[in-house]
Write a protein that binds this ligand. Structure first.
Ligand code: PGA
Length: 228
């Protein structure tokens, strides 16, 4: 066991994550690094479209993302819930309303992430599967920008619950209790099929699958609708 541990506890590990995963990836890396202090970790944070390119060019060991590609041959393993929620400023007329019918969102403006964002793709899919046309407002390339825009009254948005933990705690944003939300999605650990994972990459994979959810599962503060 000691011998094999020695093999794991060295080398370099290159991980790329969706910009939304950025909200919890460092917590995972902190635990992993304490366990394997000899492994050099490098983290790239980017959107889904770029992650697909990194997988395609075999440029990283492992990717954490919300929507694995279907046009590249990859292994993908779900490791944690990723609920998508509708966010609003606390003074929005719908804040605090129960069981808002989905159709009620038809008149609302939505702040959008950039094309290439997995969150945006999931949001567009959610509304189009339900034949709901929303009004697209401003487009922004960062979760942070989207959150600030919603806070400033530029519209509603749909984001991963992982991105708004602090804003919910301090009530700078609220989630709306809309029919069909939270949209239940998952986070996936992804790598190219057939790729030989290094001992360090294998250790990280095992760690994420076994422990990520207990380290970083998102929670809603009391008084806001729970994901079912
Ligand atoms: P994004 O990825 O940061 O590109 O929106 C998140 C996701 O794929 O769900």
């Amino acid at each position: 066991v000691l011998e094999s541990l020695k093999g794991v506890n060295r080398g370099r590990l290159q991980i790329a994550v969706a910009s939304t995963v950025n909200y919890f990836a460092p917590r995972l890396l902190a635990v992993f690094q304490r366990r394997y202090p000899g492994i050099g970790l490098r983290l790239d944070v980017t959107n889904r479209e770029n992650l697909v390119q990194l997988l395609d060019s075999n440029a990283v060991d492992l990717v954490l993302m919300g929507l694995p590609p279907t046009d590249i041959d990859v292994e993908s393993e779900a490791f944690m819930d990723n609920p998508l929620v509708v966010i609003a400023p606390p003074d929005h007329p719908l804040a605090g309303a129960r069981q808002i019918p989905l159709a009620r969102l038809a008149g609302e403006i939505f702040v959008m992430r950039e094309t290439g964002s997995g969150t945006r793709q999931a949001m567009e899919r959610f509304f189009s599967e339900r034949a709901l046309t929303i009004r697209q407002g401003m487009q922004m390339t960062r979760n942070e920008a989207v959150k600030q825009a919603v806070r400033s009254g530029l519209g509603l948005s749909v984001v991963s619950l992982h991105t708004i933990e602090l804003e919910l705690e301090t009530r700078r944003l609220v989630t709306l209790d809309v029919e069909g939300f939270p949209d239940r999605r998952h986070w996936y650990l992804v790598y190219r099929r057939g790729k030989r994972l290094s001992p360090a990459a294998g250790a990280f994979r095992d760690f994420v699958l076994a422990e990520a959810a207990s380290i970083a599962a998102p929670t809603l503060p009391a008084g806001q609708p729970e994901p079912d």
